[in-house]
Design a protein around this ligand. Structure first.
Ligand SMILES: Nc1nc2c(ncn2[C@@H]2O[C@H](COP(=O)(O)OP(=O)(O)OP(=O)(O)O)[C@@H](O)[C@H]2O)c(=O)[nH]1
Ligand SMILES: [Mg+2]
Length: 235
């Protein structure tokens, strides 16, 4: 297998953590001897996330920065990263250490026997640090999605995903990669319709290291429920 990987990091106001995260990812890439690139897609964060990346990694060709100017959207940012990716495999992850760089080799080790590898908080060994209510809420939401969408994945919202680029490009990116974290719901449903094989591996979310959460529990729970129903009817 050719070890060529694009890692997509969507960012909004992650100045406090982003350089440390990229550095950790580069260490993993180097220890695994991968041919890899890191693509940060920033939605013109007012806190200067893009500027701090430029300053720290301007001489590193493995780090690519895309600064979006219009229509801030987590989903659209991931879609833009996928379009810009040039390697054979694409890994999507959060930029605040909720997803640990040290887990990347474990996701990688499963891709040969799957079309999509999903990091899951809800399989044995997975979890979330100090976020009991959030964990329970997400768990219940996943059960609802299983009923609505007939899915078997345990963590439809993790957003810690590894897929071949050619498989992603076979999907309608404009339909799937919009909105907020609900891109992940549409991606899993599209994967089911395409009969992709999905392997889930346990991941444990530490709390974010700095900066602030962009997720608003009630607002986004409603948005996600709407996205699941819409996907069922129209995707
Ligand atoms: N490009 C872009 N990235 C975003 C946007 N909103 C959130 N993100 C990024 O998406 C990832 C997930 O957002 P978080 O705020 O960490 O959401 P969360 O993980 O549900 O919340 P926490 O548990 O508090 O970390 C992070 O890397 C954010 O920087 C956005 O509008 N545009
Ligand atoms: Mg987070």
């Amino acid at each position: 297998m050719k070890e060529s990987l694009s890692i997509i990091l969507p960012t909004y106001n992650e100045r406090e953590t982003i350089c440390r995260l990229i550095q950790k990812i580069l260490e993993v890439i180097s220890s695994m001897k991968w041919d890899a690139q890191v693509i940060v897609v920033d939605d013109s964060s007012p806190d200067g996330t893009a500027q701090t990346i430029k300053k720290t990694f301007y001489e590193n060709p493995a780090v690519q920065l895309i600064v979006r100017k219009n229509n801030p959207s987590l989903g659209a940012s991931v879609g833009e990263g996928i379009r810009a990716a040039s390697k054979d495999y694409v890994l999507i992850m959060d930029a605040d250490f909720n997803h640990s760089p040290s887990d990347i080799p474990r996701l990688w080790s499963c891709i040969e026997r799957a079309t999509l590898v999903n990091g899951s908080r809800f399989v044995r060994g997975g979890g979330m640090e100090k976020a009991r209510l959030r964990y329970l809420g997400s768990r219940v939401f996943n059960l609802i999605c299983r009923v609505i969408l007939g899915l078997h994945v345990t963590d439809i919202l993790s957003g810690f995903l590894l897929v071949r680029r050619k498989d992603l490009l076979s999907l309608d990116l404009n339909k799937i990669f919009v909105g907020y974290g609900d891109f992940s719901i549409r991606l899993h449903y599209a994967a089911k319709k395409k009969k992709w094989s999905v392997v889930e591996i346990p991941v444990h979310y530490p709390q974010r290291f700095g900066g602030r959460s962009k997720t608003r529990f009630c607002k986004h729970a409603c948005q996600y429920l709407g996205a699941a129903l819409k996907a069922r009817l129209f995707l």
